[in-house]
Each structure stands twice: as C-alpha cells, then as structure tokens.
Design a protein around this ligand. Structure first.
Ligand code: HEM
Length: 413
C-alpha cells in the first residue's frame, strides 16, 4: 500500500525544534501531528518511540497544545478519568484540523459522543438495548442478504471489481440504513456528506453545510416516521418520546456516520490482509485481530483535561488537550505479545480499537458480525478472488481521522 499523498509536517524552525516527530524531546519540542504513515496503513513508527519514552508527548494543533498518549494502560486511564472531558465546547479542546473538528452537543443536539456524564448517560441508556449481542444477532439474516446481494452484483461484473465501492462501503452502509429506517436510495447522499465530515481538509463551510443537510434530511424523515411509524430504530425511538425531535436527528446522524465509514475501512483492509495471508481465510478469529492490528479509528478520541491530571508520569494541566492514540495502544508490547505481528490466535479482546470507558463504541457487536459475515461469504463465494494490483500499490487514505483504502481492485476466475 503506497503512501499516497503524504501530509506535510509543520515547520518549527523558529524554535529550533525538529520538524519530525521522531526523537523530539517530550518536554520541550512539540512533535508533528498527524504523523505520516509511510507505505502502509499501520501506526506511524514514531509511536514506538513515544511509548518507549513513557510519558505523553506534546504536539501543537491549530487549537493549541495536545498531549499524545500512546501506552495501552495510559490510554485506558485517560478514557476512564472523570476529570477528562469529551466535550468539544470546553476551553482548550483539541481540534484535528485548522478548521472543524467534532461537533459539540450544543451545535448538534443528541451528538452524545461529545457529552460527558451525566448528560451522556440518558442517551447511552436509551440506545444500549438496541445494540446488545442478542439484538445484533437477530440482524444476521438481513446482513447476510445484503452481503449476498453485493456479491451477486460483483459476480455479474465480468471479472473485475473495486471492493471498496462494490462491497466494503455498501455493506455497512446498507446495514445501518436498514436498522435506522433510512431509505437505501439515499445512500449516495449520506455517504457523500459523511466523507466531508471525516476529512481533515474540509473547510468550516463545507462541514457546516454537510451537517445542516444531514440534519434537515433526518428531521424530515423523523416527521414522516412520527406520522407513519415503521419497525425501524428511528420510528421506535420517536415513539418513546424520550428524545426531542432535534436530539433524535443528532442521534440518527451520529449512528449513520459512525455506522458505515469506520466499518468499511476495516472490511477493506481485512480483505487485503486475508488475500495476502490466505492461511487465515475461514477463521473467524481474524475479526478481533484485524480490529486491533489496523485500529482504523486511531485519531478519533480527542479529550481535554478539566483539572490537573497525572498521566504516565506527566502532569497534564487543566485546559490542555489530550489525544489517546488508539493504534499506538493496540501496538503496545506490554499489552500484546509481539504486538507488531498479525496473529489471530492471540487474545486481542483487550484492544482499544473501539475506545474504552463510557464512550466505548456502541456498534461493536454489529461491527463484529458484519466483518464475520462479509469475510466468510466473500471467500466462500469467490474462492479465486485475488488483488488486481500489487498490495504495495493500494492507495491509503490519510486525509482523515479514519484510515483505510481508497480503492481495492480485485479480479477472480
Ligand atoms: C470498525 C468499526 C468501528 C470502529 C473502529 C469504531 C470505533 C469507535 C471508537 C474508537 C469510539 C469511541 C470514541 C471516543 O471515545 O471518543 C466509538 C464510539 C461510537 N461508535 Fe463506533 N466504531 C465502529 C463502528 C461503529 C458502528 C457500526 C456504529 C453504529 C452502529 C458505531 C457507533 C458508535 C457510537 C454511537 C459511538 C459513541 C458512543 C458513546 O459516546 O457512548 N460505531 N466508535
């Protein structure tokens, strides 16, 4: 997988600090962020240096300083400390790009990933029953049908397909749309808007327009479902009356966005991993290890300290930003033996690819089932599947808070 278009790193010539992250002094020189991922969508090599250094390292974002946390134990400590907030409206909250960043719940009511307890609890309590292992298992036939249909469409293509566009993206997209009761025909619309929101280089105007369009669309859908309810999640949530219409729009938008792009990236990278390591095809244990190994949501868990807190031996002051790097934690040898190796036989369950603590991914049971069905069915139905280009030529997405592949050209037969 090639480097694609690497982002340039900020220059610190005025301070005399090195411009790359490697070897930068933790206390004095800010390290570059986001870091380049040379050649493969794996954690940048600098993460290992940061972990070895022990303490969090300081970086500078347009929004101010941010402490990068890399050790598995420290990442868990950050994500469970009540003195550390996920609310972007708090002073000092780090933003990944010059513009934009995660919306706060003031901007998008119901956007509960940006809320702290106790506000967060009300949303989480309402939604948890919808994403239990038992509830998700009941979706198996529907997910299987979606996967089967996509494979039929691929097989009708005469020997060449792009498995991102034709498989990895539509599968989770259609699954979450089906769950929510969002018409499948509107897939192009919500996927395009989501892409704007997860792309670092999107301008404020582009983000605001995408957010407004999604909220308008979902607001209209909710009003329709209030009059003519179906059995879908939006209809059922609307019927309970526990959330305002505005909050429900925000919740639906969060689920719609969180529900497809992340999973799509993981499905795509997993297909390449299996095609280049075919001994693991047919073994469902790959799912957990793929989640750990690739950690596609490395850069999503931004936080800010509300009080002085000690993390990994360093005091982080109130008002300073913190970014627990999930991929760095998942490649920590102290947590996983030989963490750099892909080994589905290990127990990877303690990974933090889904975060940790109160915001731990609500959709994780769904993700596991989607990945299991996707890989099993794809390799059962198309046993001669192979990459149409060398793995090193696959273009990796860098311009975002999520990692994945732009395209995945394959052939078969
Ligand atoms: C491979 C796929 C996925 C990955 C790697 C992933 C990763 C994550 C991570 C790291 C967080 C925590 C963010 C934080 O602490 O700030 C999170 C939260 C969340 N995820 Fe996922 N996610 C995936 C798929 C999904 C799916 C399919 C859904 C929905 C159906 C979903 C819904 C959510 C929601 C609603 C939250 C916020 C939970 C809360 O704040 O209580 N995710 N996810």
């Amino acid at each position: 997988m090639s480097t694609g278009t690497a982002r340039s790193t900020p220059s610190d010539t005025a301070t005399g600090c090195p411009v790359t992250g490697a070897g930068a002094g933790a206390a004095t020189c800010p390290v570059a962020f986001p870091l380049r991922r040379p050649g493969r969508p794996f954690p940048p090599p600098e993460y290992a240096d940061y972990r070895d250094g022990g303490e969090p390292v300081r970086s500078e974002l347009p929004s101010g300083p941010v402490w990068l946390v890399t050790r598995h134990a420290d990442v868990r400590a950050v994500l469970t400390d009540p003195r550390i907030s996920a609310d972007p409206s708090r002073p000092g909250f780090p933003k990944a790009a010059r513009t934009g960043g995660a919306p706060s719940a003031d901007e998008v009511p119901g956007w509960f990933v940006s809320m702290d307890p106790p506000e967060h609890d009300r949303f989480r309590r309402t939604l948890i029953p919808e994403f239990t292992v038992r509830k998700v298992r009941a979706l198996r036939p529907e997910i299987q049908q979606i996967v089967d249909d996509r494979i039929e469409a691929i097989l009708a293509k005469d020997g060449a397909a792009d498995l991102i566009e034709d498989f990895a993206l539509p599968v989770p997209s259609l699954v979450i749309a089906g769950m929510l009761g969002v018409p499948r025909a509107d897939r192009d619309f919500f996927e395009a808007k989501t892409r704007v929101l997860v792309t670092l280089s999107s301008s404020d105007e582009e983000r605001d327009a995408a957010t407004a369009a999604l909220l308008r669309y979902l607001g209209r859908l909710i009003r329709i479902k209030e009059r003519r309810p179906g059995t879908d999640l939006i209809s059922r949530l609307a019927a309970t009356g526990t959330l305002s219409r505005q909050e429900l729009s925000g919740v639906a938008m969060l689920l719609l966005i969180a529900g497809h792009e992340t999973t799509a990236n993981n499905i795509g990278l997993g297909i390449v991993q299996l095609l280049t390591n075919p001994q693991w095809i047919g073994d469902d244990r790959v799912v957990e290890e793929l989640l750990r190994y690739y950690s596609v949501a490395d850069l999503v868990a931004f936080r800010v300290a509300l009080a002085d807190v000690e993390i990994g031996g360093r005091t982080i002051r109130a008002g300073e930003g913190i970014l627990p790097l999930l991929a760095a934690a998942n490649h920590d040898d102290d947590a996983f033996d030989g963490a750099g190796a892909f080994d589905p036989e290990r127990s990877a369950r303690s990974h933090v690819a889904f975060g940790y603590g109160v915001h731990q991914c609500l959709g994780q049971n769904l993700v596991r089932l989607e990945m299991e069905i996707a890989y099993r069915t794809l390799f059962d139905r198309i046993p001669t599947l192979r990459l149409a280009v060398p793995a090193d030529d696959l273009r990796v997405k860098y311009d975002g808070v999520l990692f994945g592949l732009h395209e995945l050209p394959v052939t078969w037969g």
